[in-house]
Design a protein around this ligand. Structure first.
Ligand code: F6R
Length: 259
């Protein structure tokens, strides 16, 4: 795992957008794993302005609420269409979000896994992190080998997303989410966290002991994982000096230093 610290949320989001852009330019038919949420807003805003060719890209989103149709403005399908897909030249048929309305949810989860396998797996997975340490909706005690499945949202996550639904009582209680194991199988992943509300969970996820109580700690075992944080989200990390040195000196980060 590598940690990159940028001065603020703008610069951190910009770096993640540039990492995605570099992937698309290097491999136009790449398979991207995408996340939704407040943290991702800036990344998609930035991507929209970069004049990238998405025509051969395939995308798979991490999760979707159970019971929300794509037409519901709170669904993650609607989020993705509004935040990115309708602004770029992606073929909607190549964009995948689990179907939270499926009659047979278990079959839908198996279908989603099979689709990811069919395209040869995810090249670059983008992740946010919730206050419980979830990646996707992998709440505490999610098995590290778990695959796409239905997961009950924790009270902390329900509270985190209550504002979008006009109150915690309106937040769907369950979601389809890629499993921790599904995420771990990607070739490369980038986790973005910004703001002081994420400082404590980022420190636990990156520098704490590996535990299924905090799904993001599984990423310590991922072969190529970069955690991009702003100063606020980095505040509780103990090895900041080392992380800063890496970004300033390691050749792989050279093309990204000028922002
Ligand atoms: C969303 C997802 C979640 C969010 C996380 C952070 O698709 O998978 O793990 O990334 O809950 O959400 P924000 O960015 O709203 O703090």
């Amino acid at each position: 795992m590598e940690v990159i610290i940028r001065p603020d949320a703008e610069a951190a989001s910009d770096l993640v957008a540039r990492i995605i852009a570099a992937e698309i330019r290097a491999k136009p038919s790449c398979v991207l794993g995408l996340a939704t949420g407040r943290t991702m807003d800036r990344v998609y805003q930035r991507l929209r302005t970069m004049q990238l060719d998405f025509s051969r890209c395939r995308t798979f989103n991490l999760d979707e609420y159970v019971g929300l149709p794509p037409s519901d403005p709170h669904s993650y399908r609607a989020y993705m269409n509004n935040a990115l897909f309708r602004h770029v030249n992606i073929d909607l048929a190549n964009t995948h979000v689990p179907d939270g309305m499926a009659k047979n949810l278990d079959a839908e989860c198996r279908r989603y896994e099979a689709e990811i396998e069919h395209v040869g797996g995810i090249d670059l997975q983008i992740l946010g992190i919730g206050k419980t340490g979830h990646i996707g909706f992998n709440e505490p005690l999610s098995a590290f080998r778990s695959r796409t499945r239905v997961k009950a949202l924790s009270p902390t996550t329900t509270a985190q997303n209550a504002a979008f639904f006009g109150g915690a009582e309106n937040v769907p209680r369950r979601a389809i989410t890629m499993g921790v194991g599904t995420i771990m199988d990607c070739r490369r992943c980038v986790l973005l966290a910004t703001g002081d509300s994420k400082a404590e969970i980022v420190a636990k996820a990156v520098e704490g002991p590996i535990t299924s109580m905090i799904s993001a700690t599984a990423l310590q075992l991922q072969r190529r994982c970069v955690v991009v944080v702003d100063e606020e989200a980095a505040a509780r990390l103990t090895q900041q000096e080392y992380y800063r040195w890496i970004f300033e000196n390691e050749p792989e980060w050279e093309p990204f230093r000028d922002s």
